[in-house]
Design a protein around this ligand. Structure first.
Ligand code: SAM
Length: 258
């Protein structure tokens, strides 16, 4: 499956690894997006849940929405996080699923994986595991997951069709995909879509809401719904580009049919 590729995927991944290495190792640096506890507050995460986590579990958080909000995980669920970064959403899910459940985070940036694994060990979490891979080759068994979630990541993947096909494959029949990602209201010019800088800036890899829904539909998902627009870049360094292309985040929810 090779749809949606307008940049060299290897070059894009190299640049993405480079950028998010910094978010892992220098979380209080200057980025074009919000991070950490202020971002979690902006996106409406449960304050008690976030406050209970140590700084290292939250400081590299770089999502764009709350991918637990439309279909919260419950005790015993199996959850996969596509592009788990510093592990924040996995730690939130681990608390919800409890010891009877399990969470697998997958990411391709070694520094993010080091950080999330060390944090899981520090927290003594036996129900969370982090695996190194690109999402286009997802290392999770067929039919394992009740929920596949993702936060601010699929826009960074050149081959979204492959990512959604893997999400579908690893879900149980009746399981759901729930992801937060960016949507542009104004079409991007061809030169912007081909600019790796604008991809790593979480602008060029987004899709209009209808195109995200069409990708889910083509992958076989049903019952597609879309949460409200979230101004994830307002007040950040990326605000100018976000405004230029009317970029807002949404949470998308869809089901793998029985
Ligand atoms: C914007 S950060 C979001 C991280 C995390 N979801 C969060 O909310 O904090 C993007 C993450 O996606 C990962 N990523 C991007 N493209 C990927 C791909 N094709 N395969 C695996 N990981 C990818 C990056 O390494 C980075 O950790």
């Amino acid at each position: 499956m090779t749809q949606n590729i307008s940049v060299d995927p290897e070059a894009l991944r190299a640049d993405v690894r480079d950028k998010y290495k910094d978010v892992a190792t220098n979380p209080h640096g200057t980025f074009h997006f919000h991070t950490g506890r202020p971002l979690a507050a902006l996106l409406g995460y449960d304050t008690a849940v976030v406050d209970a986590l140590p700084d290292r579990a939250v400081e590299s958080f770089a999502g764009v929405g709350n991918p637990h909000s439309l279909h919260p995980p419950v005790t015993g669920d199996h959850v996969v996080d596509l592009g788990s970064g510093g592990g924040f959403d996995c730690f939130v899910a681990a608390r919800a699923v409890g010891p009877q459940g399990a969470v697998i985070g997958v990411d391709m940036t070694p520094e993010m994986l080091d950080k999330s694994r060390e944090t899981a060990a520090e927290l003594g979490l036996g129900n969370v595991e982090f695996r190194e891979s690109i999402l286009e080759e997802l290392p999770v068994d067929d039919g394992w997951a009740d929920i596949v979630m993702s936060n601010g990541v699929i826009n960074l993947c050149a081959d979204k069709t492959a990512v959604f096909a893997h999400a579908y494959r690893v879900l149980k029949p009746g399981g759901v995909i729930q992801f937060a990602d960016i949507a542009n209201g104004i079409p991007l010019p061809e030169q912007a879509v081909c600019s790796i800088d604008l991809w790593t800036g979480c602008i060029a890899g987004g899709k209009p809401v209808d195109d995200w829904c069409a990708l889910l539909d083509v992958a076989g998902f049903t019952d597609i719904s879309v949460g409200p627009a979230v101004d994830a870049f307002g007040g950040s360094g990326g605000e100018t580009n976000a405004r230029a292309f009317e970029v807002f985040a949404h949470v998308f929810l869809a089901t793998r049919p029985m």
